[in-house]
Design a protein around this ligand. Structure first.
Ligand SMILES: C[S@@+](CC[C@H](N)C(=O)[O-])C[C@H]1O[C@@H](n2cnc3c(N)ncnc32)[C@H](O)[C@@H]1O
Length: 136
């Protein structure tokens, strides 16, 4: 495996993160042009916090990082400067309230429950709130 920039940020994280090693090439391919830019990134599935720190290291200080998780214990990462929303990604009402609260989003990374129905509801709920201008 190549030690890409996202892999190095993963290794730099002070907390536990679970990522398949096959993810890192894709992260660098799709997200590399966003490093150092100001934009809004949402990750679903952040309970152990490690991926939040990984993304902060990878994207830099100007990235607004928002974590979503079913487990209210994820709120502890608010102390570290992350925005955390607790809710069930299967619930379209949760997403409606979420979108009203956070405004427009640039990137959504779904690493939550991983069922098809969760992914479909999440995509249908968030797609109207994703900006379309961030091309390479
Ligand atoms: C695979 S782990 C996330 C790993 C993390 N992204 C990382 O890189 O270390 C899955 C996470 O999704 C959360 N989760 C599971 N079902 C969910 C749901 N229906 N809605 C929101 N979050 C959910 C779990 O609490 C758990 O924190």
């Amino acid at each position: 495996m190549k030690k890409t920039a996202s892999y190095k940020s993963f290794m730099n994280s002070p907390h536990v993160s679970f990522k398949h090693t096959t993810y890192f090439d894709s992260y660098d391919h799709f997200f590399g042009h966003l490093r150092g830019k100001e934009f809004t990134f949402v990750e679903i599935g952040v309970l152990d916090g490690g991926s939040l720190f990984m993304w902060r290291d990878y994207f830099g200080k100007d990235c607004r990082i928002i974590g979503v998780d079913l487990n209210p214990e994820a709120r502890r990462w608010q102390r570290e400067g992350f925005e955390i929303y607790v809710g069930n990604q299967s619930d379209s009402v949760f997403w409606h309230d979420f979108a009203n609260s956070v405004g427009e989003i640039d990137i959504v990374l779904d690493d939550g429950g991983h069922t098809y129905s969760q992914q479909i509801i999440t995509t249908e709920s968030l797609l109207p709130h994703i900006r379309r201008w961030m091309s390479r």
